[in-house]
Design a protein around this ligand. Structure first.
Ligand code: FPP
Ligand code: MG
Length: 332
């Protein structure tokens, strides 16, 4: 992947602006994740480090501010979405047998799959408990459906492991479900909790959905081409786990029928083929599939930006645009 440009967007200004709100989110998370038993408290402390960019609560706070009313309900919503996200990462690392996340050991590596699954369940149920305390019927409906969809996306993905026939449409279904829906839910509900008009609520949901698609496409490019030390998590797990992602789908589509068949055979053999990773990276790069995937991510970011321009004032829209730019420029 080409390095991030010198002038790569950073979120420093936005973090500074939402700092008081983020302190509110952190306080909600700390309250919700309190644990009496030292062993559980230690586990929760460890996985709290996976909370890095805090993009989801940041979006909740910015949309809340843009819609005119941002307070405790937004802090709570930001905390709920972040805790659900953390729970999914813990489970995802079990599924991917990942060893490193955010530069530290994954829960499965540090303890075991057994305990990591249960730790994910603890975070998830604490998030649902906080959702009950939020007391908003739409939030309960949207977020519980989002988590169900996310699990369905993961199952769909699993059913197509090592399947070189994964189409673009199927890939998009998977990433919409496993990643974009949670972004969309957080953004939609942030506007809803501010009492924004229906069109603005819907536009914020569309922003989140498109941003989430862009995020996952970049994530999938980084999994193949990123630098593990820089990204700070185990990479290459997609190929190891047989996940067929957009750069690979586009590279396969560029081949003649005969070459595609040869590659399909190699991909379905997976990790048993020692030269597969290097050869696949070379193919993805030389076929233009990496560039095309990055372009797709930019296209989704642009659609995200367009959605907010119709619904929010200029300042708020430009804040959300900065996040969209950041998501496609990120290299970690
Ligand atoms: C990241 O995939 C994974 C997700 C966005 C969703 C994972 C969701 C689950 C495993 C279901 C969890 C269910 C509950 C109830 C908590 P990735 O492997 O591409 O991302 P990565 O590179 O960050 O590992
Ligand atoms: Mg993973």
């Amino acid at each position: 992947m080409t390095p991030a440009p010198e002038s790569a967007p950073t979120l420093e200004r936005l973090y500074a602006e939402v700092a008081p709100g983020m302190a509110g989110v952190d306080a909600e998370i700390a309250g919700a994740l309190r644990a009496e038993r030292p062993a559980i408290a230690e586990m929760i402390r460890h996985v709290s480090r996976y909370s890095g960019k805090k993009l989801r609560p940041m979006l909740v706070l910015l949309i809340g501010r843009a819609s005119g009313r941002s307070g405790t309900a937004h802090h709570r919503l930001g905390a709920i979405v972040e805790m659900i996200h953390l729970a999914t990462l813990i489970h995802d690392d079990v599924i991917d047998a990942a060893q490193i996340r955010r530069q530290v050991a994954t829960a499965n590596a540090r303890w075991s799959n057994y305990e990591a699954v249960l730790l994910g369940d603890i975070l998830f149920s604490r998030a649902i408990n906080l959702l009950a305390k939020l007391g908003d019927a739409r939030a309960l409906d949207v977020l519980t459906r989002a988590v169900s969809t996310l699990c369905e996306g993961e199952i769909l993905q699993n059913r197509h492991r090592m399947d070189p026939g994964v189409s673009e449409a199927l890939y998009y279904d998977i990433i919409r479900e496993k990643t974009a829906i949670l972004y969309s839910a957080g953004c939609e509900l942030a506007a809803h909790l501010s009492g924004a008009p229906a069109e603005a609520v819907q536009a914020c949901g569309t922003y989140g959905l498109e941003l989430g698609l862009a995020f996952q496409i970049i994530d999938d490019c980084l999994d193949l081409f990123g630098d593990e030390a820089e990204v700070g998590k185990s990479l290459g797990t997609d190929l190891d786990g047989g996940k067929v992602t957009l750069p690979v789908i586009l590279a396969l589509a560029s081949l003649s029928d005969g070459d595609r068949l040869t590659w399909a055979r190699r991909l379905s053999q997976g990790a048993a083929d020692p030269g597969l990773r290097a050869d696949l990276k070379a193919l993805v790069q030389s076929s233009g599939a990496l560039d095309e995937s990055m372009q797709r991510a930019r296209d989704h970011a642009n659609r995200a930006k367009a959605a907010t321009r119709t619904a929010l004032d200029v300042r708020a829209a430009s804040d959300l645009e900065a996040i969209a730019d950041f998501v496609v420029a990120r290299r970690k």
